[in-house]
Design a protein around this ligand. Sequence first.
Ligand SMILES: N[C@@H](CCC(=O)N[C@@H](CS)C(=O)NCC(=O)O)C(=O)O
Length: 221
Amino acid sequence: MPVTLYHFPASPPSRIALAAAKVVGVDVDVKIVNLFAGEHLKEEFVKINPQHTVPTIDDNGFILWDSHAIATYFVSQYGKDDSLYPKEAKQKALVDQRLFFEAGTMSSRMRDIVYPVLFLGKTSVEDSVKASAYEAIGFLEKFLEPSGWVAGDHLTIADVACAVTATSMQAMGLDFSGYPNTQDWMERCKKIPGFQEANEEGVTLFGEKVRSQLPPNHLAP
Ligand SMILES: N[C@@H](CCC(=O)N[C@@H](CS)C(=O)NCC(=O)O)C(=O)O
C-alpha cells in the first residue's frame, strides 16, 4: 500500500517531503491539503496531526510529520542503500546538522519574509529581515565549498531539503548572483531524478504568490 502524503505544493517543507519521496523512490498517494482554504484546520486533519502542518504522512497507520523527519524516515525505511542518509555516526551527524540548519536557519529566515506577506497582508520587508535571509544563503555558500554537496562528499537527503528551500528563496526574488557555489549546486540538484517533478510546479506558484505582494525587485540585496 502506498504512503499517504498530505501535501500543499506551494509549501516549501511539503515539497521537501515530496522531493524526498521521489528521489528515494517511495510510492506516495498525494492528498492535497489547501492551506489557503484552511483545510489543515478541519477536524479530520487535526485528528491526524494536532499540529496541523503539512507535510504529514500516513504510512499504513504510522503517522509522521515534519519534512526532515519524513525525509530521513523515507531513506531509512525505503532507501535502496544508506547513501542519502548514512548510518555511520559521523556522516549521519553531518547530514543531521545540515537538516537542522535548513529547519532552524534557512526555513526560519525565509518564513520571516513569507509569513507576514502571505498571511498578514504586509507589502514590504524590513532590511534586517532581508539581510538575515542573505546571511543564511551565505552560510550555505560556505558549506558547499569543500565538495559541492551540502554534507560530506556526495549527494544526501540534506541536499534535497536545502535545495527545495534555496530554489524557493530564489523564486520569491532573493538574488543568488553573488553565490556561485549555491547557483551551481542548485542546477545540479534540479537534475537529480525526481527532484523537479516534486518541486518545479509548487516553487513557481510559491514564487509568484510572494512576488505578487511585493514591489518589483524588493528582495534584491
Ligand atoms: N518544520 C516543519 C514546518 C511545517 C510547516 O510549518 N508547514 C506550514 C506550511 S509551509 C503549515 O502547514 N502551516 C499550517 C499551520 O501551521 O497551521 C516541517 O519542516 O515540516
